[in-house]
Design a protein around this ligand. Structure first.
Ligand code: AMP
Ligand code: MG
Length: 337
């Protein structure tokens, strides 16, 4: 009887969140909006980009260790966990499956329910941990580049890349020049001493595109242009495109808060530009700590808690959990706002 009750328990104070959508396997633990643990282990390909099956195997290998470390960091025992939140969408199918199997195994063992969380929405909602109430999110990561805000009953994508994510775009160019993955941080260092050269600025409405700039950068590099100058100019132009799109979304929605998310948002120049734009239009600027900007389990737990507290029907039996690799942000039915 007690065990059946646990599946249906409505007392939700300790949420464990699992992040598994791409290269990072992370576990966060949240208790009434407070982050008690945020542990992660990132798969790093030996060369080239992410190989989904390798990343999925990585997740399987590190899952138990990351789980134990998170429990230790939070100073709780697994019996204290009330619900498991998991990023079941969008992402690389093999990675999502690894996370799903782990979540099911733990939830069955602990006889607790699961709440599926959209990864992109979690990047937005973690802004609440800094005090953002109703922000526009500039989500600049490896695979994703989107400007998202909650509006009229849904999380809507106001602008996005028409080709590659900004991080993949930077990493691809870096790899072309012999810099291993992830290339973004190295390009940022090189850019510090660069000077400006013209590159194509491509923004259509609120959407951005990087392929023309990629071609031009490779041509310039082949012709012997200095890598530091290309890096500097790429940052100035590509980031200005993102900031312009984000500013338009603020103007269009009338919102007064901007939150940054994604690995590329660790870049100091992008942060600077975002901060300046917000100051100029009287908007509040929120940049989560690096550990919450990159993919992490704490943001999944944090968002899962908000959702579960507002709508208990979102809590599902482990048998019902599935993955949605291609779920779009605006596909998500929002019942918790
Ligand atoms: P994510 O997909 O959100 O985990 O972020 C990974 C991406 O962030 C990779 O493409 C990295 O190259 C990029 N990245 C990380 N740090 C920086 C940085 N300081 N500047 C630019 N890109 C970065
Ligand atoms: Mg992400």
């Amino acid at each position: 009887m007690g065990l059946v009750y646990k599946y249906n328990r409505l007392h939700l104070s300790m949420i464990l969140g699992i992040e598994c959508t791409a290269h990072t396997f992370g576990i966060g633990i949240v208790n009434n909006g407070k982050i008690l643990a945020n542990v992660k282990d990132m798969y790093k390909p030996e060369k080239g980009g992410i190989i989904p099956m390798d990343s999925a195997n990585h997740h399987k290998e590190v899952a138990e260790t990351v789980y134990q470390e998170a429990l230790e960091e939070a100073e709780i025992s697994e019996k204290d966990i009330d619900v498991i939140a998991i990023s079941n969408a969008p992402g690389l199918a093999p990675c999502l499956l690894s996370g799903m199997h782990f979540a099911k195994e733990k939830a069955r063992k602990l006889k607790i329910r699961i709440i599926p969380v959209n990864h992109c929405i979690a990047h937005l909602e973690i802004g609440q941990s800094l005090g953002a109430e109703n922000p526009v999110l500039l989500y600049a990561s490896g695979a994703n580049t989107q400007i998202i805000a909650y509006s009229s009953g849904k999380y809507r994508v106001f602008g996005e890349t028409l080709d590659s994510g900004i991080g993949n775009f930077i990493d691809t160019f870096a790899r072309y020049c012999g810099i291993p993955f992830p290339g973004g941080p190295e390009i940022e260092k090189l850019a510090l001493n660069g000077k400006y050269i013209e590159l194509p600025y491509s923004i259509k409405g609120m959407d951005v595109s990087f392929s023309g700039m990629q071609t031009k950068m490779k041509q310039l590099y082949d012709k012997g242009e200095k890598l530091k100058d290309i890096s500097y100019s790429m940052q100035e132009i590509a980031f200005a495109m993102l900031i312009e799109a984000a500013e338009r979304a603020l103007a269009h929605t009338g919102k007064k808060e901007l939150v940054l998310g994604g690995g590329v948002a660790c870049n100091a120049r992008l942060q600077d530009m975002a901060n300046i734009m917000c100051k100029e239009r009287g908007a509040k600027y929120f940049c989560p700590d690096r550990s919450l900007l990159v993919d992490n389990g704490a943001m999944i737990a944090f968002t899962g808690e908000i959702m579960a507290k507002r709508d208990k029907k979102l809590l599902i039996h482990p048998d019902k959990l599935d993955i949605s690799p291609r779920e779009r942000t605006d596909d998500v039915k929002v019942s918790w706002k």
